[in-house]
Design a protein around this ligand. Structure first.
Ligand SMILES: Cc1cc2nc3c(=O)[nH]c(=O)nc-3n(C[C@H](O)[C@H](O)[C@H](O)COP(=O)(O)OP(=O)(O)OC[C@H]3O[C@@H](n4cnc5c(N)ncnc54)[C@H](O)[C@@H]3O)c2cc1C
Length: 391
């Protein structure tokens, strides 16, 4: 079959791929986007509970995890949240700020996909859906063999995303292409994901949410946690999952607002039972599950120092041990990916193969929960798109 020729071919019609194609297209390049699904941007559509947390007002490289913490700096500085917000405003998409600077669509995340498709049309980007890549070859140029037509190009952008949520299209193809061209891929694991408690879980508390401070490996997050059937979820747990490694305990303070030592001192002469005192500050069901039964009915004055400290250990310094995550089907992102040491932080171009680019989640750059992963997709896509436009 005759090969169709493009200035650039982008593998993956997700956030990063579409954005990159639009930037390069606007700069006059003839670009094709290849997407295996029947529609582009499926992860965008399901994101943020259907309202897409498309960026965050406060973004820096400190909000990302990577073996090279400096890698993301340049692209993030050259395409900021305000640059993206400007496009959203131009398309008159209503949005709102939620806590921690998180920006969400007011109506539906579909409006972000529609915006990207309108921009693609204006930039004359050709989008080929239902297109599975068979293999990539490189002679003088890249040849992308697909289940449809074969495409020839000087610039190939790998934007096929990570491994999470395979039901909306994730595949490991991008990592295979990276290895084919000599790149290393760091260990990958599910992240921004619920964790399963080792040994005793709290199925009776399933659905209960608690404001907590969660710490692991020198990182801490103050948000809610949610008890699940097998372990813990909720924003603070998803955040800490970016840092958690098996065998590492996660310390959880179930009463971050409260100085328990001070409370005990104040209640030294109180006739209230301990469980009632604590239930004024924490869900009664959680108190019952965490307070040793033999202590629940005691008064504070009846506690010796060892008992006080045991209660503080349970409630203020709970050493939660997890043995697994809820896995790829439930993880919002992939931790790890194509090593950033071998990719230009200015252009996202491979240091080994001229004309080959990696953008978005496929790279070893993982953001916190809160719109950071999309901001990385837009920023890395813009960096590659501009470089392609200029080259
Ligand atoms: C449930 C959920 C909710 C999320 N919510 C948010 C949020 O609110 N805010 C936020 O910042 N981040 C969120 N994320 C993370 C965010 O969606 C990703 O980080 C982001 O989509 C990554 O963009 P990408 O373009 O690199 O990859 P993707 O958006 O995953 O796009 C990759 C594309 O490549 C296609 N593809 C893969 N393999 C092939 C192949 N072999 N051939 C052709 N095409 C292929 C895929 O079908 C997909 O369309 C969420 C993720 C999930 C799973």
């Amino acid at each position: 079959m005759a090969e169709r020729r493009f200035d650039a071919v982008v593998i993956g019609g997700g956030a990063a791929g579409l954005f990159c194609a639009n930037v390069a297209g606007r700069l006059g390049r003839r670009v094709a986007v290849l997407e295996r699904n029947s529609q582009v941007g499926r992860k965008i559509i399901i994101s943020g509970g259907g309202r897409c947390n498309f960026t965050n007002l406060d973004v820096s490289s400190a909000n990302f995890v990577s073996q090279n913490p400096h890698f993301a700096k340049s692209a993030l500085a050259r395409f900021t949240p305000h640059d993206f917000i400007e496009i959203v405003k131009r398309h008159k998409i209503p949005f709102q700020e939620k806590k921690h600077g998180q920006l969400f669509c007011r109506d539906s995340s579909r409006s972000i996909v529609e915006m990207l498709l309108k921009e693609a049309k204006a930039a004359r980007v050709e989008i080929l859906t239902n297109t599975e890549i068979v293999c990539v070859e490189h002679r003088e140029r890249f040849v992308v063999r697909t289940t449809g037509s074969d495409l020839e190009t000087d610039r190939l952008v790998v934007a096929s995303g990570g491994l999470s949520f395979p039901k909306v299209g994730a595949t490991g193809l991008g990592y295979d292409i990276a290895r084919q061209f000599g790149h290393s891929v760091t260990d990958t694991r599910p992240s921004l994901v619920a964790l399963r408690l080792k040994g005793r879980a709290f199925p009776d508390l399933s659905g209960v949410s608690v404001d907590a401070e969660v710490k692991c490996g020198g990182n801490s997050f103050r948000e809610s946690i949610l008890f699940t059937h097998k372990g813990l979820s909720g924003p603070a747990i998803l955040q800490i999952s970016n840092y958690w490694k098996p065998e590492q305990p996660v310390e959880i303070d179930l009463l971050p607002e409260l100085d328990l030592t001070q409370l005990f001192d104040e209640k030294q002469n109180s006739s209230q039972q301990l469980s009632n005192i604590l239930s004024e500050h924490l869900s009664k069901r959680v108190v019952e599950a965490f307070l040793p039964q033999k202590l629940a009915r005691k008064r504070v004055g009846e506690l010796d120092l060892a008992a006080r400290s045991a209660i503080e250990d349970k409630i203020k310094r709970w050493q939660a041990r997890f043995d697994a995550t809820e896995g790829w089907d439930r993880a919002e992102v992939t931790m790890g990916g194509v090593s950033t040491d071998e990719v230009s932080s200015q252009t996202m171009e491979s240091k080994f193969q001229p004309g080959l680019y990696f953008i978005g989640e496929i790279l070893d750059v993982t953001g916190w929960l809160g719109g950071y992963n999309f901001q990385w997709a837009w920023a890395s896509g813009a960096a590659a798109g501009r470089a392609i436009g200029k080259s």
